[in-house]
Design a protein. Structure first.
Length: 505
């Protein structure tokens, strides 16, 4: 099928002219509507898009004339791609040559520096810093001009803003300190050791670490795990007779245009296919004219979408989870059983010896496909922690683990944990003062109302998971009298085998 780059370019330039001029005519109205988007930004945004499209063509990218790059800042989604005509399933949307990808291999970073960068993430960060510093001399200049310079990912939230997420385990997963340490210990010395290469001699250490954070955040939200071309695999296979592990065949890289697609759970309608010399984005279902083209970020909880990508939509709520820690479980077990530390510790040591205890567990929504609301591993832990002493001794002697069907004791422990977790969420203050549909969350002089609204969405989703879990635990009390326990999904029923499953999370 012939892909028509000219039509794409012309259509883009037309739409560029149209949107540029109509935007200028409507500036007072548009800029009021676009929070934080100033008139100068509008022009720069359009120009950067137009240059990017010309650059794609120069790089050998081919694009169907049925799609268009659009400005979605009104709904806080930056740039995106929409269908301008109906698109059929399997239709090619665009192909990007491998030579246009920004990878450490394709970068002009000197080979001796590349050789020192074994970590794919840090390697790509350094390659991007190098290319960005080259300015107009970089192959990717026009691409850098459409990449973001500010972020709403959690890495960039202030401590005060992170308080809005109080209760959610996501606040502990940001990894700012470890990223800082990696940048200071491994990237900074490399950059300082090659002042002629990186052109950052005038920048302070803090400044360079900030640049690392910018590139790291772009990679987190935009990069792909790039599959090695089949031909290279065959070559390698031929050399030593062994097929390489899939993970080893992947490197991190930026794929211009493929990464302009936004994503939303349930609305993914396109997929990237790797070929020897290029990657091709294809429609995986019919797409109607006017519809946005979406990629897939996978089944991520809202909290992780916010952490990694800096936005939230209601569609990810189906994957929301509440993390409960082993510490929370121990406290609740102590309260329910009245066992002393020694007794509880003996059980934990036993679980540890069986490789059957983890530091935290996720409680999921009951509706989540192929995911247990209460993981079997968790059920076994709370059952064993609450087992009467004689039964615990017998179990050890028999060398057989309990079934993962929740016991009365286990259910009580989990109920206690849910109550304790709910209190932690309440301490964020958000649940008390706001509800989902209270628009005043956007007002009240808050410095960053969008961030606050997104935090509220995360907390609201996780509290809903807790509420659903509590109602299942409550309802199971009657069943427990018959020893049935809370219902689990049929698909997971193999887990009720008498031996414990050993898959650590
Ligand atoms: C791979 S990029 C997509 C292109 C991006 N919109 C741009 O203008 O560069 C991922 C980023 O796009 C934004 N994004 C992706 N999907 C979104 C959605 N459904 N709603 C809002 N923003 C979205 C987020 O800022 C995310 O970090």
């Amino acid at each position: 099928m012939a892909l028509v780059i000219d039509a794409w370019r012309v259509s883009m330039l037309r739409s560029h002219e149209y949107s540029l001029w109509s935007a200028i005519a409507e500036l007072p109205r548009v800029s009021r509507g676009l929070r934080g988007v100033l008139p100068g930004d509008m022009v720069y945004f359009e120009q950067a898009s137009a240059s990017f499209i010309l650059w794609l063509e120069q790089q050998g990218t081919t694009v169907t004339n049925k799609i268009e790059l659009v400005d979605l800042r009104l709904r806080g989604a930056g740039r995106g791609v929409v269908a301008t005509q109906n698109i059929g399933e399997d239709d090619k949307l665009f192909s990007v040559p491998r030579s246009a990808m920004l990878t450490i291999q394709n970068s002009k970073l000197p080979d001796d520096i590349k050789a020192q960068l074994k970590d794919p993430w840090l390697g790509l960060i350094v390659a991007m810093i190098y290319e960005d510093q080259q300015g107009a001399d970089s192959q990717w200049k026009a691409y850098f001009d459409v990449l973001p310079t500010t972020f709403d990912t959690l890495m960039f939230w202030s401590d005060e803003e992170l308080q809005w997420l109080h209760g959610s385990a996501v606040a502990n997963k940001i990894g700012r300190d470890s990223a800082d340490a990696a940048f200071k210990d491994r990237v900074l010395p490399l950059i300082r050791a090659h002042p002629g290469v990186f052109k950052l001699s005038d920048s302070s250490d803090d400044n360079i670490v900030q640049i690392c954070h910018r590139m790291g955040s772009i990679i987190m939200a935009y990069a792909f795990d790039i599959e090695t071309p089949e031909s290279e695999n065959e070559q390698k296979e031929g050399e030593d007779g062994w097929e390489e592990d899939d993970m080893e065949n992947q490197q991190k890289g930026m794929i211009p245009l493929a990464d302009i697609l936004n994503a939303d759970a349930d609305r993914c309608n396109a997929k990237l296919y790797y070929e020897d010399d290029k990657v091709t984005m294809k429609a995986i279902q019919p797409i109607a004219a006017g519809d946005e083209i979406f990629n897939d970020y996978g089944p991520l909880p809202t909290a992780d979408v916010l952490r990694r990508y800096g936005y939230t939509t209601a569609n990810y709520a189906q994957y929301d989870v509440v993390e409960i820690s082993l510490e929370d479980i121990k406290l609740a077990a102590k309260h329910v059983t009245k066992f002393d530390e020694v007794e509880l510790e003996a059980r934990l040591q036993y679980l540890e010896s069986q490789d059957s205890v983890d530091t935290a567990y996720d409680i999921a929504r009951p509706s989540q496909e192929d995911v247990q609301q209460f993981p079997d591993e968790l059920c076994i832990v709370v059952n064993i922690l609450t087992l009467p002493q004689t039964e615990f001794e017998q179990m050890k002697k028999r060398e057989k683990m309990l079934k993962p069907t929740l016991s009365i004791g286990g259910t009580k422990v989990l109920s206690q944990v849910m109550v304790a977790r709910l209190q932690q969420y309440l301490q964020s203050g958000q649940i008390i003062h706001h509800t989902y549909d209270e628009p005043d969350v956007m007002d009240g002089g808050e410095q960053n109302p969008r961030r606050k609204a997104m935090a509220l969405q995360v907390i609201g989703g996780e509290v809903e998971v807790l509420r659903l879990a509590m109602s299942v635990l409550d309802a199971s009390v009657d069943n427990l009298v018959d020893g049935a326990g809370p219902k689990r999904k049929a698909a997971n029923d193999e887990a009720s085998s008498p031996t414990i499953k050993r898959n650590k999370q």
